[in-house]
Ligand binder design. Structure first.
Ligand code: DC
Length: 206
């Protein structure tokens, strides 16, 4: 059985949490594609060229400490705007998406570029202030001095770059279901996603 769930949206909208819950519910494999760009960014901090880093990316690189910091997130957004970096990472993601047994991928371009044929696509979003607050709650645990307005400014800058870049910009696929988590608890958003997938699976069996 091949079945792909594509989850796109801006930073800190709840994509990762929804992707994890959906993958666990249906027993699908999960790929956080942002981690690929974060791992490339981290290698450039070690002095490596971004394209060479993308070419040499290994599963070990995805397990390194420090990939989730705000600094690495900003740099990930910059390397992700480089067409040659994206080109190095595309084949792996496309294969992952269509693997036997079902796959969930979350990112910015999954429904539009990586897997336009995905059986279900979600575009997860939330207001800027709600997303900044959520991200601040995560980051403040490791960096008690970080300010919420600083997080908001970085998030807006990153979303602008991700949406305005020439290659694979962040945007909803035409056939994506919109999940706005501004007023929705994560549990409610997860339930909506699960119901939409079940409906699609039932259509596939008809
Ligand atoms: O989802 P994240 O915050 O971990 O992603 C980090 C950056 O990686 C994001 O700002 C843009 C880039 N990215 C991308 O360009 N395409 C993807 N499919 C996933 C992430």
């Amino acid at each position: 059985m091949i079945f792909t769930v594509a989850i796109d949206g801006p930073a800190a909208a709840g994509k990762g949490t929804i992707a994890k819950a959906v993958a666990a519910h249906f027993g699908f494999e999960l790929l956080d594609t942002g981690l690929l760009y974060r791992a490339v960014a981290k290698k450039t901090l070690d002095g490596m060229d971004a394209v060479a880093a993308a070419k040499a990316l290994s599963s070990h690189d995805l397990q390194r400490d420090g990939l989730r910091t705000a600094k690495v997130g900003q740099l990930a957004s910059k390397v992700a705007a480089m067409p040659k970096v994206r080109a190095e990472l595309i084949a792996f993601q496309k294969r992952f998406a269509r693997m036997e047994g079902g796959a969930v991928l979350d990112g910015r371009d999954i429904g539009t570029v990586i897997c336009p044929e995905a059986e279900v696509k979600f575009y997860v979003t939330a207001s800027d202030t709600v997303r900044a607050h959520r991200r601040w709650l995560e980051l403040v645990q490791k960096n008690p001095d970080i300010l919420e307005e600083e997080v908001l400014a970085q998030l807006t800058e990153r979303d602008k770059r991700d949406s305005e870049r020439k290659v694979a910009p962040l945007k909803p696929a035409d056939d994506a279901l919109l999940l706005d988590t501004t007023e929705l608890t994560i549990e409610a958003a997860v339930n909506k996603a699960i119901e939409a997938i079940k409906t699609r699976q039932a259509q596939g069996r008809e």
